[in-house]
Design a protein around this ligand. Structure first.
Ligand SMILES: *Cc1c(COP(=O)(O)O)cnc(C)c1O
Ligand code: SF4
Length: 348
């Protein structure tokens, strides 16, 4: 049984004052921690990086300056309740608002955990017509909430509808189940996806800390990868969780070793109630630089920010261009990752 109240939580952890004074409300998401994840938390460490991700605190009750419920302006980029179309060639479909466990740093908290439930038949049909009318859309993110809270039968129907409308659409399955409840992922679930293979699926996971990569998680992801569904990881850079080059180096190497490609490292969005998770971008850039020196190209995630007011994602990294070529001398001056410089001449 999942843990959903502070009283239940007190059986496992001795709660701090900050944790006890959490109030919930509109700037927050529900309290829900799976047994699997609870067992990974070190009860002796009040600042355990896993505890921080799932145990609420009073810091969620505060709204910092320039925070908003929807900084990415997903609502104004939505077609109906469930389809977010912010980039020309790809859309996100919010399959449900429910998750098996809620992350305190959730950036879609305007929507997540309101207990509305799975998309209706009408939501699915509307999305299908939109996809048919917009052939420039090449990819769909099946997200939420966590789409795998739907039953295999519900998912089969949903995917079947999308495949019927657009057999050529690449579908990303965005889920935290490998972290929160890996036993949800069964051969039957993966076979169901495979039965809709007119176009590829990609599995998008969210591992934020190396201790989340348990034997069970690794097995769950391997079911997808063995079936020919590649796995990519999107971590969020979180203060007190993974804001260190050592932790991220270990995480990225373990992910790569388990055939999960580190894809993105997200700067925390300006979402209400998440200020105490945000890492200063200057610090993020230092970590990014350190990781670039330590990790292989395959193990290196792209550090990105999703800009406010729906500005979209941009890469965050050091500037390796020292000087652009002038008209006479056609050569560039670059900085090397180790701190030297090199000039490269370019065709004029
Ligand atoms: C992030 C995001 C995508 C996917 O962007 P990629 O850079 O291709 O991973 C698509 N739609 C929305 C609304 C997003 O926020
Ligand atoms: S799994 Fe995703 S949608 Fe659900 S609470 Fe965590 S970040 Fe939010």
């Amino acid at each position: 049984m999942a843990i959903t109240t502070l009283q239940q939580l007190e059986k496992y952890l001795s709660l701090t004052e900050d944790e006890l004074s959490w109030e919930g409300g509109p700037t927050s998401v529900p309290l829900c921690i799976t047994e699997h994840y609870m067992a990974l938390i070190d009860p002796k460490d009040p600042s355990d990086p896993l505890r921080r991700q799932v145990v609420p605190t009073c810091h969620e009750n505060t709204q910092a300056k320039s925070e908003s419920p929807d900084p990415l302006m997903e609502v104004s980029h939505s077609r109906g309740e469930r389809l977010v179309h912010r980039y020309k060639n790809r859309v996100a479909f919010l399959a449900t608002d429910i998750c098996p466990m809620y992350c305190r740093h959730c950036f879609r908290r305007r929507f997540t955990g309101n207990m509305v439930g799975p998309a209706s038949e009408k939501d699915i049909c509307d999305a299908c017509s939109y996809l048919k009318d917009n052939p420039q859309i090449k990819e769909m993110l099946l997200t939420g909430g966590d789409p795998l809270t739907l039953s295999d039968v519900q998912l089969d129907h949903m995917i079947g509808s999308f495949r019927k409308a657009r057999p050529d659409l690449i579908i990303r399955i965005c889920t935290r189940y490998p972290v929160s409840q890996p036993k949800r992922i069964t051969k039957a679930l993966v076979d169901m996806f495979k039965s809709h293979s007119s176009a590829p699926f990609y599995l998008m996971t969210q591992f934020n800390h190396p201790r989340e990569l348990t034997k069970e998680s690794i097995k769950a992801v391997a079911l997808f990868v063995d079936a020919g569904i590649p796995a990519m990881n999107q971590s969020v850079l979180l203060r007190g969780v993974n804001d260190s080059a050592d932790v991220l180096e270990e995480l990225c190497n373990s992910l790569l070793f388990n055939r999960i490609k580190p894809y993105y490292l997200f700067q925390g969005d300006m979402v209400v109630g998440t200020e105490y998770f945000r890492v200063p971008i200057r610090r993020g850039l230092e970590i990014e630089h350190e990781l670039r020196l330590r990790l292989s190209g395959l193990a290196m995630p792209n550090y990105v920010a999703d800009l406010p007011d729906g500005g979209g994602k941009i890469p965050l990294c050091g500037n390796y261009i020292v000087q652009e070529p002038d008209k006479e001398k056609g050569s560039w001056l670059f900085r090397t990752p180790e701190g030297g410089t090199r000039s490269v001449s370019d065709p004029v």
